[in-house]
Design a protein around this ligand. Structure first.
Ligand SMILES: [Zn+2]
Length: 236
């Protein structure tokens, strides 16, 4: 019976490690995706600033061409001044030229403010590019570490599976079945060491008579409360 406990405890230990590693390995792909999306996010910030700059440049081109059109029109109106016949026509043209010049002034102010904005946007691009570069470096390192760790974990898992295959034949079939059933039904914990007269998993007090039997370790005793296989702590 002593040996049975020894192997059961070993099996429980191996199963717990396999469970932890499996959980870690299952989470790895989504963690890697998360890191990738952080890198993409940094670059998309750069992209959105660049988009803003190209909008600004487009707007400036439009304003420039509008100014050019109005200036061409002003020159045409000024030529027409030479040909007018009436005072009324003359003052009408002058008013039109004046309005056009005012419009050019307004547009040129708008162009200057767009130019100032483009300076700001360009510095935003530089800052965002620098951050994206740094982010890519640090996140890539994080990814490398995670991949390395998961490779190591995978290797460890294979070793544990081999170890498990060596331990299982040492346990009598009926006991192994009992262990498996409790393991599957109790979120992966089938054994509970008894410490200070309590089941260490569910914390229920163990009756003195049962304690004595546990110390003798001659038979399998299940916790009356949580149903796990109990063993006296000194045996671990
Ligand atoms: Zn219990």
């Amino acid at each position: 019976m002593d040996n049975n406990f020894k192997y059961l405890i070993k099996l429980q230990d191996i199963d717990a490690k396999i469970k932890d590693i499996t959980l870690f390995l299952e989470k790895t792909p989504s963690k890697l995706d998360e890191i990738d999306s952080k890198i993409e996010e940094s670059f998309s910030v750069v992209q959105s600033h660049k988009e803003k700059l190209s909008q600004n440049q487009k707007k400036r081109r439009e304003l420039d061409s509008e100014v050019e059109d109005i200036k061409t029109n002003i020159a045409k109106l000024q030529r027409q001044l030479n040909d007018v016949k009436t005072n009324k026509e003359y003052s009408y043209l002058l008013k039109e030229i004046e309005d056009a010049k005012t419009k050019v002034g307004d547009l040129e102010e708008e162009i200057i403010s767009e130019m100032l904005a483009s300076d700001d946007i360009e510095s935003e691009i530089k800052t965002a590019e620098l951050k994206a570069k740094k982010d890519k470096q640090s996140f890539s390192k994080e990814k490398e570490k995670l991949i390395k760790k998961s490779n190591e974990m995978n290797e460890e898992k294979q070793n544990l599976i081999k170890e498990k295959a060596e331990v299982e034949p040492e346990i009598p079939d009926d006991l192994l079945n009992l262990y498996q059933n409790i393991y599957n039904g109790n979120s992966g914990i089938a054994l509970s060491p008894v410490t200070d007269d309590f089941c260490s998993i569910c914390q229920i007090r163990i009756r003195p008579q049962v304690l004595n039997e546990l110390k003798e370790a001659k038979k399998i005793i299940l916790c009356e409360n949580c149903g796990r296989i109990l063993y006296w702590k000194d045996q671990s």
